[in-house]
Ligand binder design. Structure first.
Ligand code: FAD
Length: 479
């Protein structure tokens, strides 16, 4: 099947999955008010790839059918530049507010398949072959994937990864005639209601864990025994004036329980093989997947700068403090753009013919963004002050009694109409102050592990040769 349309994507969500939103067990996301807006948005992403086919689609290297460019295994810097253009189109669609649009997992699995040699170690040749076959299927069926990498937290004193066998965490129970039976919990499956399948793969190495926790696989969302508990919705009724963002971009996050789930043999990529589990994410995943996440983040920062500028202009706020804060957001956006550009210019072959970005600028950006995004929200709220809350609704604008009063008293500076003023500040509040904004801030702080951990890891992995040479010059001087 070639790249899907939005209608085909929505039809695929109507299966027997067990998805809980509050007390509701949801069959079809389109039937639930908390989910329908975002379902339509992801459908829009599928339609977009046909509308912008020149940027977003490419021929499958084997069948010639059109597939999403995000499924491409990059073999050159030019391939990465081409992939950038496709990722940017998708990022612009949600102005970076949906972090897990399907291209995130497309890029991740393209990288895994491109470096299948990293998976085919320590006797895992069959798992690696399954992975390569699955990535082709994923591209050809144009699947939307959620994923869960993190062990559920009960007692942080016991560490972030299991010691020995922890029956509450996802683990293998036994072999079956068709594959393996797994049980336990994992967090946190963003995009779960809008996905066809769920993928499990490693995050942190687990030096002290039992082999039964070392699992990687992908299975359909309606596989018996899979249960998804969605967090409280931050979606608001679809109304592009009142809630320009909250009505469409709540991508959801779900706690996942694997309650005796059978995984077919051909969908297993790691089966209790700790050396593979503990090594496979450490070499080229970051250099590959960060292109999608950072193109998205850069797009979001540029949007934030645009919104903040419009807010200031709407009320003619041109004081030095406001200008300085606008400059702060612009600096973040420009540094992010420069880091992605630098990463792409420094791209190289990582092995097996697969090309990914220079990891260094991406690691620095990854460590900075969990601190930049909360500051961006703070700036938008500081510039907005009370104005983000003095915003008549669409219904109030439509009221013939209220409209003349609103037009007279709640207008902007110069020629800025009351309606434009309300639109601008509603956009600012929906971005930086709404429930969606709060969830998104949490996302930016944690979706690639916390900023604190990323700062530690980035500098511990960095090449210190030159830094040492600069310092040693002074330490090695004679007395
Ligand atoms: C909105 C959202 C969406 C997510 N989506 C997904 C998803 O789709 N798939 C998925 O698999 N996971 C997802 N996650 C989970 C995410 O990967 C984890 O939250 C992340 O890895 C952080 O782990 P943690 O929550 O256990 O927090 P921790 O890493 O334990 O951090 C919690 C706090 O402890 C501090 N801390 C802990 N250890 C250290 C340390 N060694 N040094 C310094 N500080 C430390 C941190 O700074 C932080 O403030 C999502 C999380 C969020 C919030």
């Amino acid at each position: 099947m070639p790249a899907r349309t939005g209608a085909q994507f929505l039809a695929g969500l109507r299966d027997g999955r067990e998805l809980w939103v509050g007390a509701d067990k949801v069959g079809d996301p389109m039937d639930h008010p908390a989910l329908s807006g975002a379902a339509m948005a992801i459908a829009g992403v599928f339609d977009l790839q046909h509308e912008a086919a020149a940027s977003c689609l490419m021929p499958d290297p084997e069948t010639g059918e059109p597939i999403a460019v995000s499924h491409m295994i990059p073999h050159s810097r030019e391939d990465l530049v081409r992939r950038h253009a496709a990722l940017e189109k998708v990022a612009e669609f949600s102005v970076g507010l949906m972090g897990r649009t399907p291209d995130y997992m497309n890029v991740t699995f393209a990288g895994f398949a491109g470096r299948c040699d990293e998976w085919a170690i320590n006797g895992n040749e069959e798992g690696a072959a399954n992975l390569v076959a699955y990535q082709k299927l994923m591209a050809r069926q144009d699947l939307s994937l959620t994923h869960t990498l993190i062990h559920a937290t009960s007692d942080k004193g016991r560490g972030n990864t299991p010691t020995g066998l922890d029956e509450t965490q996802l683990h293998k129970v036994e072999e079956t005639s068709n594959g393996i039976l797994v049980r336990g919990a994992r967090v946190l499956a963003t995009l779960a209601p809008f996905s066809d399948e769920i993928a499990v793969y490693p995050s942190q190495p687990m030096p002290n864990a039992a082999g039964g926790h070392a699992l990687s696989f992908s299975i359909p969302m309606d596989t018996p025994g899979l249960k998804f508990l969605c967090r409280d919705s931050v979606s608001l009724p679809k109304n592009s004036f009142n809630h320009p963002l909250s009505g469409r971009f709540d991508e959801q996050d779900a706690f996942v329980i694997f309650d005796n789930v059978e995984v077919p043999r051909d969908r297993v990529f790691i089966d209790g093989n700790l050396p593979v589990y503990n090594s496979v994410m450490s070499r080229s995943w970051r250099a590959n997947a960060m292109q999608q996440t950072m193109v998205r983040a850069q797009t979001k920062l540029e949007f934030a700068w645009g919104v903040a500028c419009r807010m200031a202009e709407t009320i003619n706020a041109s004081d030095p403090v406001t200008m300085g804060m606008l400059g702060e957001i612009w600096t973040f956006a420009e540094l992010a753009r420069a880091a992605v550009h630098s990463g792409e210019q420094g791209a190289m072959e990582y092995g097996n013919g697969a090309w990914f970005l220079d990891e260094r600028p991406m690691a620095a950006l990854r460590a900075a963004l969990p601190f930049w995004f909360p500051r961006v929200n703070e700036i938008i709220r500081l510039i907005g002050s009370h104005n983000v809350l003095a915003t008549p609704t669409a219904e109030q604008f439509a009221d013939p009694y209220l409209r003349p009063l609103i037009d007279t008293y709640i207008r902007g500076a110069g020629n800025v109409s009351a309606e434009t003023r309300a639109r601008v500040f509603r956009l600012g509040w929906d971005f930086a102050g709404s429930a969606l904004a709060s969830r998104n801030e949490q996302y930016e702080r944690f979706y690639l592990t916390s900023g604190a951990r990323n700062q530690q890891g980035a500098q511990m992995r960095a090449d210190r040769t030159r830094a040492d040479r600069l310092v040693d010059r002074f330490l090695d001087e004679g007395l």
